[in-house]
Design a protein around this ligand. Structure first.
Ligand SMILES: [Zn+2]
Length: 256
């Protein structure tokens, strides 16, 4: 009897080796749910459809139901999809986004905005100059964290719920990772709060609430982008319980 098949439009997030010749591909599909499938023979040179399963690409995939894992039987680049990050800077900046999506999305759990956000962040990166890429990563990570229920509170004090006035001005602002955001000047600084440069909070808030089209034109400096990425690293550690290896790679790389 023929295996049950299904189709999906999906983005390639991760490739893991399986045996000598195969790969396990992790995708996020249009419903925002994670999907995994074995691409048989994908590691052989000249392997048919495997060449179309490049990381960060939007593809139309055909799955056949397998006993434990589905099998990818065909994949084509989605014709009306956005561009794919391909240069060193672009792929280095796309990797932490893919890694976080793999951590917060789940198989069988739909979350449509997560797919759109991921696709848009990758297409934005594909067109970005090297120095503009880290701001896109910071924005995408903050958006993904927020969609997954871990949105930092930048506009309301996490202790007393009073509004935080912007701009913050010069100086440092208490931020409690564990309590979920900024603490106002009237509240006593909680023991676990750290002092963060107000400018970093302002950039993190701007990146979280701006569209990728706007971010491309915001000219965020590299220092500011990396300061936000450090905030995101700690946020992810506390709330998702993960250290993103590809984000650590960004920090350690000599690209910027
Ligand atoms: Zn307060």
């Amino acid at each position: 009897m023929a295996a049950k098949t299904s189709k999906a439009r999906a983005i390639v997030l991760r490739k893991t080796k399986l045996g000598e010749k195969d790969l396990i591909i992790t995708f996020i599909d249009e419903s925002g749910s994670l999907r995994r499938g074995v691409a048989k023979g994908a590691r052989k040179p000249g392997g048919s459809y495997a060449s179309r399963l490049e990381l960060f690409t939007v593809v139309d995939v055909m799955f056949a139901e397998g006993r434990t894992l589905d099998v990818v039987t065909d994949a084509k680049r989605a014709v009306d999809a956005h561009d794919t990050p391909s240069g060193l800077e672009q792929t280095t900046c796309a990797a932490p986004i893919a890694e976080l999506i793999c951590a917060v999305a789940q198989e069988g759990l739909t979350h449509e905005r997560l797919f759109d956000m991921t696709a848009l962040s990758f297409s934005t990166l594909s067109k970005c100059e090297s120095d503009a890429c880290p701001a896109v990563t910071a924005a995408a990570l903050l958006k993904a964290l927020s969609m997954a229920g871990f949105r930092p509170s930048f506009d309301m004090c996490v202790e007393c719920a009073s509004p935080i006035a912007y701009p913050l001005g010069a100086g440092r602002v208490p931020l409690s990772y564990a309590d979920g955001g900024v603490v106002c000047a009237s509240c006593a600084k909680p023991a676990d709060a750290v002092l963060v440069d107000g400018r970093t909070i302002e950039w993190a808030r701007a990146l979280l609430f701006s569209t990728f089209a706007d971010i491309a034109g915001m000219n965020v400096g590299l220092g500011d982008s990396f300061a936000v990425l450090h905030l995101v690293r700690e946020w992810t550690r506390v709330h998702v319980g993960r250290t993103l290896k590809s984000l650590e790679f960004m920090f350690a790389s000599a690209i910027w």
